[in-house]
Design a binder for this molecule. Structure first.
Ligand code: DTR
Ligand code: CA
Ligand code: ZN
Ligand code: ZN
Length: 315
């Protein structure tokens, strides 16, 4: 999906322009924060509170948070308000897809080396026929709560932190593709890694790690090894979520996934619990993907994994 020529000059310029027009403080954390900090625990209750808000938003907007519909923009406004209040510099990037206006939300944490940007993102849109809570309120809420934890802790990493919530993923990764296509090659080269979180709270969860960039993969595997939880390589996601445009552009990528419509095997149930012979998420792309379609343990573990990776890869 091509952006207007004026945008292709430099996404940074576009975002900077939009940033100037948007609210959002530029107040960063106090200088002198500890350089090597351990990631905090992410309270799963906070993540679930975001999911509850997204559920309410869907319920108040025709039952969905789909691209081009009021529920999507209300979801973005909810996330943006939290980030603006926490001191992020936010920008809303607009694009058109399938004749409807779509939006990406980009949030920069002030500070860090602008030539070494660590990004964490998730698609905020859902399907048009349901609330999209696991797919992908789960990833969006975990990334939001991690960003808020950065602000709460006053974390000042060596690298620059940027968080993103993508529009129109369900139509073909259109929001993240628009963002990557809009980056100048110089700005693209500044992104040292992109972490993607798409379905990380499946009700019958597996623990899958993307096998793209080895260093990012190891970071996630180290985290789960510390928990004593086995992981498997994610094999069905290539090209199916928002890491794909970044990978195509040469950016190191990684991420986590708890499973969709594939069936959990007996061997997987033996190591992870849950129900063998049943889908990891039997409400995938269904109207039953509601706030009750979440496994809290998986959501908690993966939210903590998001924070662990952001802290580890930004120091
Ligand atoms: N979350 C799905 C895309 C998807 C399906 N399988 C995987 C595996 C790994 C990452 C993403 C996916 C969607 O948005 O439709
Ligand atoms: Ca936690
Ligand atoms: Zn998804
Ligand atoms: Zn989906």
């Amino acid at each position: 999906m091509k952006l207007p020529a004026s945008w292709r000059a430099s996404a940074a310029a576009v975002i900077a322009t939009v940033t100037l027009l948007s609210s959002g403080s530029t107040a960063g954390a106090a200088p002198g924060s500890p350089a090597l900090a351990a990631a905090p625990d992410i309270p799963v209750a906070n993540v679930k509170a975001h999911l509850s808000q997204l559920q309410s938003i869907a319920s108040a907007n025709g039952g969905n948070r789909g691209h081009g519909r009021t529920g999507y923009r209300a979801s973005l406004d909810y996330v943006k308000a939290k980030l603006d209040a926490a001191g992020y510099t936010t920008a809303v990037q607009q694009f058109t897809a399938s004749g409807r206006t779509g939006y990406n939300l980009i949030a920069d944490w002030p500070g860090g080396d602008p030539n070494k940007v660590v990004m964490a993102g998730s698609h905020l849109d859902g399907i048009s026929s349901g609330p999209g809570i696991n797919d992908n309120g789960s990833g969006s809420s975990a990334v939001l709560e991690t960003a808020l934890a950065v602000a709460r802790s006053g974390y000042q990493p060596t690298k620059h932190l940027r968080f993103a919530w993508w529009g129109a993923e369900e139509l073909g990764l259109l929001g993240s593709r628009a963002y990557v296509n809009g980056l100048s090659s110089a700005n693209r080269a500044k992104i040292s890694g992109y972490l993607n979180f798409d379905m990380i709270g499946s009700p019958n969860p597996g623990y899958f790690v993307y096998d793209d960039d080895p260093a990012i993969e190891k970071t996630f595997k180290d985290y789960y090894a510390g928990l004593g939880v086995a992981t498997e390589i994610e094999t069905e996601g290539d090209g199916r979520s928002d890491h794909a445009p970044f990978k195509s552009a040469g950016v190191p990528v990684g991420g986590l996934f708890t499973g969709a419509s594939r069936t959990k095997t007996a061997a997987q149930a033996a190591k992870w619990g849950g129900t063998a012979g049943q889908s990891f998420d039997r409400c995938y792309h269904s109207s039953c993907d509601t706030a009750s379609n979440i496994n809290d343990t998986a959501l908690d573990r993966n939210s903590d994994a998001v924070a662990y990776a952001v802290w580890t890869l930004s120091q």
